[in-house]
Design a binder for this molecule. Structure first.
Ligand code: ATR
Length: 276
């Protein structure tokens, strides 16, 4: 019987997950399908019950349901619990287990461009929302030397730094301090929407004093190269947009659902083709 998977979100019609997962099923000859389900916030509880009732094997969760789905699930993986958000649900014989593969997806995408061990790295995260929580807490779990958080709303940044400090050395920095300390970071990650339309000319910080050999990440992948990444590249940095994180979070979900190793190159090629 055909296995059914999908993504729930609102809006969800532009999600690249269906083409990416279908490409993986086709490559590995898995008899499965993947749908994008538009679910309004008021219908979330019923939609989750529908996953059980219809025997849907796995669901990705996107905006705005990553946090609000938690009370409706049967079990939450400890990392997802710490992050406070779920992007992947596995249906184990009617028991719905929530995971967060966003942070792990980011780290898997980062590994090929790393030039230092995690234990030597000082990392600056710009932003303190859901994406920042996933990335920073996962990096902290991997044992990076120091995690600094800077955010427009400093209280949210402080809260995230407190959570990270249970796993590694962590601090909140004002935007001014973060700017002044920029040369001290090995990895700088923009998790905010600055650089995405209509904010395409803005940068989260100036990269004037970027250190040689730093890695600069942007979780945005449309546009493929934000002004922030363009300027980092001009300064000789290693740059990475959010596409590898997207592909790797999907690959990790695929592996949890199917128990098979995900054909990541095929998945990435399909997403790139769709992006045009
Ligand atoms: P996501 O799930 O993508 O992380 P989110 O949880 O809404 O989305 O978090 C958005 C993050 O981007 C927050 O850190 C937010 O800053 P605030 O905590 O001050 O709201 C940041 N952000 C969004 N738009 C921004 C802007 N125009 N300038 C600066 N920071 C911005």
């Amino acid at each position: 019987m055909k296995q059914l998977y999908g993504v729930i979100g609102c809006p969800v019609s532009h999600s690249l997950s269906p083409v990416m997962h279908k490409a993986a099923y086709e490559e590995l000859s898995i008899n499965a399908d993947y749908h994008a389900f538009h679910v309004e916030e008021k219908d979330l509880k019923e939609a989750v019950n529908g996953i059980r009732a219809l025997g849907i094997r796995g669901i990705n969760v996107t905006i705005p349901h990553k946090v609000s789905i938690i009370p409706y699930l049967d079990e939450i993986d400890p990392l997802a619990e710490e992050i406070g958000a779920v992007n992947t649900v596995v249906n184990v014989e009617g028991r719905l287990i929530g995971y967060n593969t966003d942070g792990e997806g980011y780290v898997h995408g980062l590994l090929p461009v790393l030039t230092k061990d995690f234990a030597e790295m000082r990392v600056l995260i710009i932003g303190a929302g859901g994406a920042a929580r996933g990335v920073s807490l996962t990096l902290a779990k991997y044992g990076i030397r120091e995690m600094c958080i800077t955010n427009r709303t400093e209280s949210k940044g402080r809260h995230l730094a407190d959570d990270c400090s249970r796993l590694t050395e962590a601090a909140v920095l004002s935007l001014g301090r973060a700017q002044a300390e920029l040369p001290g970071f090995d990895l700088i990650i923009n998790t905010t929407s600055i650089g995405m339309a209509p904010d395409i000319d803005r940068m989260p910080l100036s990269l004037e004093t970027l250190s040689q050999g730093a890695i600069v990440s942007d979780l945005i992948y449309t546009p493929a190269k934000t002004r922030w990444l363009q300027e980092a590249e001009n300064k000789g940095a290693i740059i990475q947009n959010g596409l590898d994180m997207f592909v790797n979070q999907g690959a990790l979900a695929f592996e949890k659902w199917t128990g098979k190793s995900a054909p990541k190159e095929i998945m990435k090629a399909k997403v790139l083709e769709k992006l045009g």
